[in-house]
Every structure is written in structure tokens, then in C-alpha cells.
Design a protein around this ligand. Structure first.
Ligand code: ZN
Length: 90
């Protein structure tokens, strides 16, 4: 991930530990994806619950890096909406 936006120069990590809030979004997204994968597996294959959930988690793993980036983008949007950056004072 870039430190600043190559297009507009927005600094992504406003402060130390800025993306801690993104972890909550990431967790919620991961849970939803795993539930959707488990539901799809269960409806198509009718495996036992433990096997279904295990495979849903295994199938989710390659998506984790993309989901982390998506969560960070959503966090930046949420943070900017709640706390827009004031122009720098001289
Ligand atoms: Zn930008």
C-alpha cells in the first residue's frame, strides 16, 4: 500500500495506529464472506457443518489480503466523512 495517494497526495495513515479501526471492518467483512461461502457449500454439497465451515475458511484465505485493503479504503471513507481534514494552519 502506498504511503500517499499517487494522484491527489492524500496521506493514507493519518496517525500512528490509524488502521486499527479498519480491523473491525475487516473482521465484519471476513465473517460475512465466510458465512456466504459456507452457505454456498452447504446448499450445494450438504457436507457436515464442521467440514463446511473448515472449507469455507480455507477458501476465504486467498481473499484476505484484498479484503484487508478494501476494509482500509472503507475505513478512510468513514473516517473522512466523520472527521474531515481541516486545511493546515500557518
Ligand atoms: Zn487520491
Amino acid at each position: 500500500m502506498h504511503e500517499c495517494c499517487p494522484s491527489c497526495g492524500l496521506k493514507f495513515e493519518r496517525e500512528q495506529g490509524y488502521f486499527l479501526g479498519a480491523m473491525y471492518i475487516s473482521y465484519a467483512l471476513a465473517l460475512m464472506v465466510i458465512i456466504l461461502l459456507a452457505a454456498a457449500l452447504w446448499f450445494t454439497l450438504r457436507w457436515p457443518l464442521q467440514k463446511t465451515v473448515t472449507w469455507a475458511v480455507v477458501l476465504f484465505l486467498p481473499l484476505a489480503p484484498s479484503l484487508t485493503l478494501l476494509a482500509r479504503v472503507l475505513w478512510i471513507y468513514l473516517d473522512r466523512a466523520v472527521d474531515p481534514e481541516s486545511p493546515p494552519s500557518m
